[in-house]
Design a protein around this ligand. Structure first.
Ligand SMILES: *Cc1c(COP(=O)(O)O)cnc(C)c1O
Length: 353
């Protein structure tokens, strides 16, 4: 058996002798080379980092394993988070695995079906509030000051420590950093964490340069691009439906220090990229994840020179989280036929080329 995430990067994580080494198999996710989208974007070397292959189907597990190991070390009785869905799925899984209580506060009616199913199955205490994610986060932030529960949203600094390991893995696998890293931006913890990872590798002499960080927000939820909080953020991509990102400053630092950019993609562009990823690359992701590819295609159309550049798009979560989205945007209608050999054969002959 290989080393788990906390062991593999122990020397670069804030672990002590007393931190329990726990794992559900997070990290070491595939970096898959693009077969078609790279060519569309005029990008000679494009890879997808498949974070949907983590145990609960999103990158949140990298941060959660670290945050919960530290919570256990500190003797915490339970964990609490606000969530658009993936943080709660991850918290609930690691909470169950470690035998501690998990409380999740979600915006009523705003969480994808698959993510809800996870929190329920793992046995979390679920509270749905009549409000959005930003309100839920503000509530749990005040509550953790009063109650003996550890806050495991990305404002918990250990979350970002765990999440930065994805940047380490990319450099370890490619042998050097990519020229560009494209990533969706919601609460902005992940772009902050990747930047931390890349800069730490460079500082340790494990990389000779750092990538340009290219972050993408959905048009109706683009506070960083607009320069002010959005009180009712709107987008099909529920995981980035956030109007007042907790790691706003971290995102600006990542953008400015790396010579990168944070830009807007529309819902149509997100859905287009979501379809392309599935149909041309065999990668079924959730809509928020497709924002990285939508952004890459948009920059390519604006003539960002990608030829001879190595680019990685972070595919943050699996499409199975949000099955309704797939049916809603499916392009291939289902053919309904009787259970009859002749009819079926006729139909299939019409498809054979
Ligand atoms: C959490 C999440 C995001 C957004 O990441 P932030 O750190 O909030 O910017 C994007 N995609 C998926 C699938 C997520 O779960």
């Amino acid at each position: 058996m290989g080393l788990c995430l906390l062991e593999r990067y122990r020397h670069l994580l804030p672990l002590t002798d007393k931190t329990p080494v726990i794992t559900l198999g997070e990290g070491q996710t595939p970096l898959v080379r693009s077969r078609h989208i790279g060519a569309r974007a005029g990008c000679s070397e494009l890879y997808f980092k498949l974070e949907g292959c983590n145990p609960t189907g999103s990158f949140k597990d990298r941060g959660m394993v670290m945050a919960i190991a530290k919570a256990l070390e500190e003797g915490s009785q339970g964990i609490m988070c606000a969530s658009t869905g993936n943080t709660s799925a991850s918290a609930a899984a690691y909470g169950a695995y470690c035998g501690i209580q998990t409380i999740v506060v979600i915006p009523e009616g705003d969480v994808a079906k698959g993510k809800m199913a996870q929190a329920i199955a793992y046995g979390a205490h679920i509270v749905a509030i009549d409000g959005n994610f930003d309100q839920a986060l503000s509530l749990v932030r005040s509550l953790t000051d009063k109650l003996p529960f550890t806050l495991v949203n990305s404002v918990n600094r250990y979350r970002l420590e765990g999440q930065k390991t994805a940047a380490f893995e990319i450099v370890d696998e490619l042998g050097e950093p990519p020229d560009y890293l494209c990533i969706p931006v919601g609460n902005a913890g992940n772009i902050t964490a990747y930047w931390k990872g890349f800069t730490e590798y460079k500082a340790k002499g494990l990389a000779s340069f750092t990538p340009r960080m290219m972050g993408f927000q959905a048009e109706g939820a683009s506070p960083i691009v607009k320069g002010h909080p959005i009180s009712s953020p709107k987008t099909v991509a529920s995981a980035i439906r956030i109007g007042n990102p907790a790691s706003w400053k971290g995102a600006l630092t990542a953008r400015d220090e790396s010579g990168g950019a944070i830009e807007i993609v529309t819902d149509d562009e997100i859905i287009n990229a979501y379809r392309l990823l599935a149909r041309e690359e065999g990668i079924f992701c959730e809509p928020a994840s497709a924002a990285s590819v939508a952004g890459l295609l948009k920059l390519a159309a604006k003539n960002l020179p990608l030829q001879d550049k190595r680019t990685v798009c972070v595919i943050t979560g699996t499409g199975l989280k949000d099955p309704e989205m797939a049916s809603q945007f499916a392009e291939t209608p289902i053919k309904h036929l009787p259970a009859d050999l002749k009819t079926l054969e006729e139909h299939l002959r019409s498809l054979a080329r």
